[in-house]
Each structure stands twice: as structure tokens, then as C-alpha cells.
Design a protein around this ligand. Structure first.
Ligand code: GLU
Length: 501
């Protein structure tokens, strides 16, 4: 193939890449990995990141899926230079608005002999496939209609047969130097002539995708390995487009990102719950944490470095370091990286990130009251180290934020509040009553003296009933600091209520 773009980074041709999802279903992590790698490649080469929506399949595409995609990229901070909401010189960027362009190109391809009308019925195509199978040939269209005479075409029309448009593949090997996999060759018998336009005039992916890549001056196509088999068709299409004067005449270079594997060594599928991007957002992943993890699906900056920002990724991203072998999606590792990111947030930043989740759960008003804000400022340092995802804070902090009526000891905790526990709680109340200051250190000293030293209890036995009474459960943020935050009155009320049960 003579048409090759310049090497990545070569100054002569500015890098232009695109993320071109079809808006079907919810955004999934594999898709976002593709967006991320394109984004990083563009940013690394000071190029342009185009966001194009491939919504030519009205039966499968949906507006809600489109909105979710746009919203997700925004949430993640993967900013695009051209595309929906931003515009650009090659718009519109939604293929559903470009029908006229594809119609014109299809007509040109037909006129130039790069495409032909195919009148075969589904039954004839089926018989074709059966014949190929019986003769041990690669299955695929047998080119029945490729060389019809004008008379034959007229006869089909008179017989009211409808026709699709097929692309006429060249009869030679198609080879390209894949940016990830190195040289790849497809023999012509494995790339049959394919349909580019339906009988009703709807243009199909094999036409619209390369046509837009050509029209939008895309220099590099980075996409999932599942699309590898469409690349020889598209390379042939780029040659045909160049021939009819569409685009710059230079085919983009292709790089196929490795498969993302899910559990049980299967490809991660859209249907696997752990592939849903929205789920990670709902759980309270930070965009930074999720993107950091997705970056590691097939790429690494080297030196075992696994914690880095989007900006660092852009700086370091080198497509030649993308690994061709499948990457395993590991929710545990994603969570651990996210926890790392949470630990690195400044307290005020953590506060801000948590607010939407706390407000959603009803624990904090919108905007927060002064009292709520004060509790959060004191409480966040107690939990920041333990959070893996932001929603965990809702659970951990609820006992500090709910009002007295809403506070409840979990049902399964009452069994730990036996008679001995009641005695402990009563002793604690007496000891706390004589405390003149209410700080975590004073509370701890007073309780330790009364329960451990005077009563001779083991610390675990001394403090578990208190923890249940104050926080509602046996596992909680640090007890004495929590008591300081809650204040004397609330603590006395909770201890009394538990002792009276
Ligand atoms: N719309 C195609 C998809 O979502 C894009 C394929 C490509 O990147 O070329 O699979």
C-alpha cells in the first residue's frame, strides 16, 4: 500500500486522531480506554483530538446513550478539540447529520467503478455461502454482481429487485505496519467485497467511518483489536477515496489496542457489570483514579510506575510501548489505585468531591449548613485513609451527620450490648460526667482510667459497647475523635439510650 502517513510525531503532518463511538447502550470501560489512548496520543504530539459520533444506525443508536457518552468524557476530563458542543472545521461531527455527504461519495465510488450494485437476494447469498463451504473456500461474497452488463442490471430493475452497494476489493494482499502489532497482512480471499450502502440508501460503517477519517484529515486510528478485520477494507477504501479525490489522499496509520479481558479469561463484554463506566462513577471512583487504571490496560510508562496523572500520561505516552497481548481488567487493582488517589487529595478537595455523594444520600444539605461543614472538616481526616471509593464515606460518616431521631444502632449489634456492657456504659457515663473539657484526649484518658484501670476490663471489652452505642456498629472511624466531634450532649444521650435498653 503506497499510502502511508508520516511517522507519529513527525512535524510535517500534525497529528489528528478521533474517538468515534456508536451511541448504543451505556459507555463501557473498553470504549473509554480507547478514548483515553487517543487523547493521550493527541496531547503527546500536540495534535488534535476529534470526538465524532457514529450514529448512522437509527435502530440501535439512542439519544440517551449519546448524552451519557458526552457526559462521561466531560466527567473524566478527556477534553476534545473538535466535536459535539465544540464545533470545528470538519463538522458536523454527528454522522446522522452527514447523510448527504455519504450519498455523494457513494455515487462517486459507483461512477468510478470502486463500488457496484448488488442485486443478490438473501437466499442467493446463503446459497453462495453454502457453496463456498462445500468447496472449502473462505466464506464471503462470490462477486456475482461485480461484472453485470448494463442489460443484466436493467433486467434486475425491471424485475423490481432492490440493490445494495458493494465495494469492489482489489485482488492483492493488503499489508500495513500496525502501530501496536507491527506488520499485518490480509490475503484477498479473506476480504470479500462488502456492502457499503443498504437498499434504502442508508450508508454503513465500512463507508462512513473511512470516509470521515479521510474528510477529517485523521492521521492515526487507534482502536480496539476487535476492529482489526475491518482495517484491510478501510485501507482499500482509503485508496479508492484518494482516487476520487476525497480527503488528503493519505491513509491514516492504524494501531489496534489489545483486548480487555474480564473474568474467566473471556473478553470483557458490554454486558459484564464491571464494564459499566457509570457504575464506577456511582460507586465514587475519582476520574483520575479510573483513568490511571485504564491507562494501564495495555500501556505502562515503564519503571513499574503505576500511579500517575492524566498530564503525566500525556507527557509520557508512547504508542510503541503499547502491548499487543490482552490486558486483564482487575476491579481490585482499579479500586486500589483509586484509593491511592483519594489519599493524595488535599482535605478541601476531598470535601468537595464527597459532597455530591453525601448530598445525594440526604446526609448533607445542599448547600451544606455551617454545622455540617464543621463536622465534615473534622471528620474527613478520620476516614480519608480508609476510603477506596467515595460512597464508602456515606456509610462511615452517617453516624456523625444524622440527627438524633434518625440515629439507630444496627439490629445485629444489640446482641453485643449484654448486661456486662450495660455496666460498662453506666461507668462510662459517670466518668464522663466529671470531665470539664471535651477533647478526644481527655475523653480517652477518662474512659481508660474508669474502664480499663478501675474496672480491669480489656480495652476491647471496654470500648466495643461504647463504639456500638456512639456509632451504631463495631467498626467505625476512631472512637474518641468521633465523640469529640459529636459533642458531649449527643454522646451522653446515645450512651444513656444504649444503657437503658
Ligand atoms: N463506531 C465504531 C465503534 O464504535 C468505531 C470504530 C472505529 O474506531 O473505527 O465500534
Amino acid at each position: 500500500m503506497a499510502l502511508e502517513a508520516a511517522d507519529p510525531g513527525a512535524q510535517a503532518v500534525p497529528v489528528r486522531v478521533r474517538f468515534s463511538p456508536s451511541p448504543t447502550g451505556n459507555p463501557h470501560v473498553g470504549m473509554i480506554r480507547t478514548a483515553l489512548f487517543n487523547w493521550a496520543f493527541a496531547r503527546h504530539h500536540q495534535g488534535t483530538f476529534v470526538f465524532r459520533i457514529e450514529d448512522t444506525d437509527a435502530a440501535r443508536d439512542s439519544e440517551s446513550s449519546y448524552t451519557a457518552l458526552v457526559d462521561s468524557l466531560r466527567w473524566l476530563g478527556l477534553t476534545w478539540d473538535e466535536g459535539p458542543g465544540v464545533g470545528g472545521p470538519f463538522g458536523p461531527y454527528r454522522q446522522s447529520e452527514r447523510g448527504e455527504i455519504y450519498g455523494r461519495i457513494a455515487a462517486q465510488l459507483l461512477a468510478a467503478g470502486h463500488a457496484y450494485e448488488c442485486f443478490c437476494t438473501p437466499e442467493e447469498l446463503e446459497a453462495d455461502r453454502d457453496r463456498a463451504k462445500a468447496e472449502h473456500r473462505a466464506p464471503g461474497y462470490g462477486r456475482t454482481c461485480r461484472h453485470l452488463t448494463q442489460d443484466q442490471i436493467t433486467a434486475h430493475r425491471v424485475a423490481n429487485r432492490s440493490s445494495v452497494l458493494r465495494f469492489a476489493m482489489p485482488d492483492h494482499d493488503i499489508t500495513w505496519d500496525d502501530l501496536v502489532r507491527g506488520p499485518v497482512t490480509f490475503r484477498p480471499e479473506f476480504v470479500p467485497d462488502y456492502v457499503i450502502m443498504r437498499a434504502n440508501g442508508d450508508p454503513l460503517y465500512p463507508l462512513v467511518n473511512p470516509a470521515d477519517d479521510a474528510l477529517m484529515d485523521i492521521t492515526h486510528v487507534l482502536r480496539g483489536e476487535d476492529l482489526l478485520s475491518s482495517t484491510p477494507r478501510q485501507i482499500a477504501m482509503h485508496a479508492a477515496l484518494a482516487d476520487i479525490g476525497v480527503g488528503s489522499g493519505v491513509s491514516p496509520r492504524f494501531g489496534h489496542l489489545p483486548y480487555v479481558m474480564g473474568q474467566g479469561n473471556r473478553k470483557l463484554s458490554k454486558r459484564d457489570p464491571e464494564s459499566s463506566l457509570l457504575m464506577y462513577r456511582e460507586l465514587g471512583f475519582l476520574p483520575e483514579g479510573l483513568l490511571n487504571y485504564l491507562a494501564l490496560l495495555g500501556w505502562s510508562p515503564g519503571d513499574d510506575q503505576e500511579f500517575f496523572s492524566l498530564q503525566q500520561m500525556a507527557e509520557w505516552f508512547d504508542i510503541s510501548r503499547v502491548n499487543a497481548s490482552p490486558a486483564r481488567f482487575d476491579v481490585k487493582k482499579a479500586t486500589a489505585i483509586n484509593a491511592d488517589w483519594i489519599r493524595h487529595l488535599q482535605p478541601s478537595e476531598l470535601n468537595e468531591r464527597l459532597l455530591p455523594y453525601l448530598q445525594e444520600s440526604g446526609l448533607v444539605s445542599n448547600p451544606p449548613t455551617g454545622q455540617e461543614q464543621a463536622v465534615l472538616e473534622q471528620a474527613l481526616p478520620l476516614v480519608a485513609e480508609r476510603l477506596e471509593v467515595l460512597t464508602q464515606a456515606v456509610d462511615m460518616l452517617a453516624f456523625l451527620l444524622v440527627d438524633d431521631e434518625a440515629f439507630a444502632i444496627a439490629d445485629d449489634q444489640w446482641e453485643f450490648l449484654d448486661d456486662a456492657a450495660t455496666a460498662t456504659l453506666t461507668a462510662a457515663l459517670i466518668s464522663l460526667a466529671s470531665l470539664s473539657t471535651w477533647t478526644a484526649a481527655d475523653i480517652q484518658a477518662s474512659l481508660r482510667a474508669a474502664l480499663v484501670e478501675d474496672m480491669g476490663l480489656k480495652p476491647k471489652h471496654a470500648f466495643t459497647p461504647l463504639r456500638i452505642a456512639i456509632t451504631g456498629r463495631r467498626v467505625s472511624p476512631p472512637l474518641f475523635e468521633s465523640m469529640e466531634i459529636l459533642g458531649r450532649n449527643v454522646c451522653v444521650a446515645r450512651l444513656t439510650a444504649a444503657a437503658n435498653r
